[in-house]
Design a protein around this ligand. Structure first.
Ligand SMILES: *[C@@H]1O[C@H](CO)[C@@H](O)[C@H](O)[C@H]1NC(C)=O
Ligand SMILES: *[C@@H]1O[C@H](CO)[C@@H](O)[C@H](O)[C@H]1NC(C)=O
Ligand SMILES: *[C@@H]1O[C@H](CO)[C@@H](O)[C@H](O)[C@H]1NC(C)=O
Ligand SMILES: *[C@@H]1O[C@H](CO)[C@@H](O)[C@H](O)[C@H]1NC(C)=O
Ligand SMILES: *[C@@H]1O[C@H](CO)[C@@H](O)[C@H](O)[C@H]1NC(C)=O
Length: 627
């Protein structure tokens, strides 16, 4: 019986790709189907039988009723010999069911290819269609030979042609099937790899240009996208354009442009992104940052670069007098211990002097300095000053040397740290986060780009909310929203002015307008987390797997990287060597003030001493006259 051979073929075909769910459209009598049902259950295949002998009305919603499921892939068998088959194929085409989600096995008993071509010529077949056309070749007793064809279309809506390629022949008898011979090269590579020739179809590509008016004509616009000048302008679009040119060379498709001058109006609507989410465009030159809302409409094919929004500002110089620099080298505990050591050694010195005076007269120590003088001597040692009074005994001298040596080490540490902190690196601001920025007194400006506005208005981050409250609300918009060039120049001329924009874009202007030491002085804060930008296509695009594979290959070969490095800057170079540092008054002033205060203090003490001496003399005179 011939049917059993076809049944074996169905099961063989399904098991080859490990598919265990199948829908059978047939017009056989029920008893005849029994062996097939038994075969399915023996092979653990879930099946559903739909008879095509019913009226069109009862079949009307078949795609919704039988084929709309959560499964990633379903097998569908269709007997082309049935009267209602054209209805099924027509409806499947309308519902766009010829995609990778459905594994179609279309059996044609008559083997008349022309009928098949007629049915499928204008159908919505896609590049990722999984359709196998089967016809019997000849009866060999026992069993029969079947010939399998692979069917797809490069894209019926975009001008693609039906492609039927012979694949292999399979021998089936009553009990089993086995492949006989390959009739083409199809088995050598995956289906998708076979279908990389898209010549003849025309992609609609949405191209984004914001810096020249769209009315200047396609030639001008293309020239801009192609050019290598001012590469920072619209770089996301130009990187993507380059990328797509390579795609075009590899896949040989044609391109029709849809020009847009906006990324998007809100998260997912309008502008270039809107064309992709509406499925009006198959490709986009511009790469986009992803968001949960966007991911519901678009499919990211490859990462092409990063998008970094940053805040830059020069450290404000009028940040007050900095006495800290001279105390900074040591921690408070070190200062206290050092002071204590000096005091202690002062006392020890004094004791030494006293002992020498008492027990070692022959050493000619005729004078014993007071405790205060001994402490002064040890303080002098700390300031690398020698003393005319030194102990005469060997032990005392050794102790004195120890004090001098400790002071020498401390002093050298101290001076080198002061020097390096003053001259070593440019002064950085201690504002490191958006929250600190929001709480500071610095002025903030933003580049006028829509998504910054959207981000400021819609971000749930509390630091961004604070930033908006303190720095944006209630201020004159013309002081806040600036062009990139204006903002960069203002940040240069007015230390402390904070400007927010895209990093690669900013760096170009900074390198152009800033002196090397001004670059070194720049502080950078992340405005929002760094995001990758992806080339995108519509989420239901039938080309997504193909484009993704090709773009991954481009990534592996380094083409993507090359474009990224050409069009974006990731780093500013601070050449510290040619940086002339001037230590300003803010560092020296505390020292001078301290000096002035100590002059006053010593004059005051001098006065006190003079008064004391005067009083003493009067007292003496009084005493003498009284005698
Ligand atoms: C199938 O569609 C074609 C045109 O697309 C039409 O000519 C034909 O009559 C349709 N057949 C059925 C059975 O609906
Ligand atoms: C192809 O699909 C579109 C959109 O679903 C549909 O409007 C059109 O009629 C289909 N074409 C054919 C030939 O089925
Ligand atoms: C079916 O074919 C296989 C392999 O060619 C063979 O071993 C088997 O005997 C055949 N079965 C029948 C019933 O002819
Ligand atoms: C049909 O597709 C095969 C690969 O599946 C390809 O080798 C062949 O060139 C295509 N034929 C036409 C006419 O495009
Ligand atoms: C974007 O704008 C469209 C209309 O302009 C609106 O329908 C949609 O809700 C907006 N989406 C978001 C996330 O704001």
């Amino acid at each position: 019986m011939a049917n059993l051979e076809i049944y074996n073929l169905i099961v063989y075909n399904l098991l080859q790709i490990k598919l265990r769910n199948v829908v059978i459209f047939h017009c056989w009598q029920l008893p005849v189907l029994l062996p097939l049902a038994q075969l399915f259950s023996r092979n653990l295949i879930f099946s559903q039988f739909i008879s095509l002998s019913q009226s069109n009305e009862s079949l009307a919603n078949f795609s919704k009723v039988y084929l709309d499921s959560e499964l990633t892939k379903i097998g569908v068998f269709l007997d082309l010999g049935c009267e209602q088959s054209p209805f099924i194929t027509n409806e499947s085409s309308r519902a766009q069911l010829y995609t990778h989600r459905y594994h179609w096995l279309i059996y044609d008993e008559d083997g008349n290819m022309n009928t098949f071509v007629e049915l499928f010529e204008r159908a919505n077949l896609s590049i990722n269609a999984d359709v196998t056309y089967v016809k019997p070749a000849k009866r060999t007793d026992p069993g029969s030979l079947f010939i399998l064809h692979d069917v797809y279309n490069q894209g019926s809506q975009l001008g693609g042609k039906l492609n039927i390629t012979i694949d292999q022949s399979i021998y089936c008898n009553q009990t089993e099937c086995e492949p006989v011979e390959y009739l083409s090269e199809l088995h050598k590579r995956s289906r998708l790899q076979q279908r990389t020739d898209l010549s003849g179809i025309t992609f609609r590509q949405v191209a984004l240009v914001t810096v020249i008016p769209l009315s200047s004509g396609e030639e001008k616009l293309l020239e801009f996208l192609n050019s290598e000048e001012d590469y920072h302008l619209d770089w996301t679009s130009r990187v993507g354009y380059r990328q797509n040119v390579h795609l075009q060379e590899l896949l040989r498709f044609n391109v029709r442009y849809i020009w847009r001058n906006q990324w998007s109006l809100n998260d997912s609507k309008g502008g270039a992104l809107g064309e992709v989410t509406n499925a009006n465009a198959d490709l986009s030159t511009s790469a986009f940052v992803l968001s949960p809302e966007r991911l519901r409409h678009i499919f990211p094919t490859a990462e092409v670069s990063e998008f970094r929004s940053i805040c830059i500002f020069r450290t404000p110089h009028n940040a007050g007098i900095k006495a800290g620099v001279f105390l900074e080298p040591f921690k408070l505990s070190v200062w206290i211990v050092f002071g204590a050591v000096l005091m202690f050694s002062g006392i020890l010195l004094w004791l030494t002097f006293r002992l020498e005076h008492r027990w070692m007269r022959h050493y000619l120590q005729y004078y014993v300095p007071s405790l205060l003088s001994s402490c002064l001597i040890s303080f002098g040692a700390a300031c690398i000053q020698g003393s005319h009074l030194i102990p005469c005994s060997t032990g005392g001298r050794l102790a004195f040397i120890a004090v001098m040596f400790t002071s020498f080490l401390m002093y050298n540490y101290y001076t080198s740290i002061v020097v390096s902190s003053l001259l070593g690196s440019p002064v950085r601001s201690n504002i490191k986060t958006i929250q600190q920025l929001a709480d500071s007194s610095l002025d903030v400006g933003f580049e006028t780009i829509p998504f910054t506005r959207v981000y400021l208005n819609s971000s749930p981050r509390s630091d961004i909310r604070d930033l908006v409250k303190h720095k944006v609300e209630g201020r004159n918009p013309s002081n806040i929203w600036l062009s990139a060039k204006e903002g960069v120049l203002r940040a240069r001329n007015q230390p402390g002015f904070v400007f927010v924009s895209e990093a690669s874009f900013l760096y170009t202007f900074i390198e152009k307008y800033y002196l090397p030491h001004e670059i070194c002085e720049l502080n950078e804060i992340m405005f929002r987390p760094e995001n990758a930008v992806y080339t995108v296509i519509h989420i239901n695009s039938t080309y997504k797997e193909l484009l993704k594979q090709i773009q991954l290959r481009m990534m592996e070969t380094g083409i993507t990287q090359k474009h990224k490095f050409f069009y974006t800057k990731t780093k500013l170079h601070c050449y510290a060597n040619n940086y002339v540092i001037n230590v300003g008054m803010e560092y020296a002033a505390p020292l001078f003030i301290a000096l002035l205060l100590s002059y006053f203090a010593s004059i005051f003490i001098l006065m006190l001493e003079l008064a004391w001496a005067h009083l003493g003399r009067r007292h003496l005179q009084h005493f003498i006259t009284a005698e």
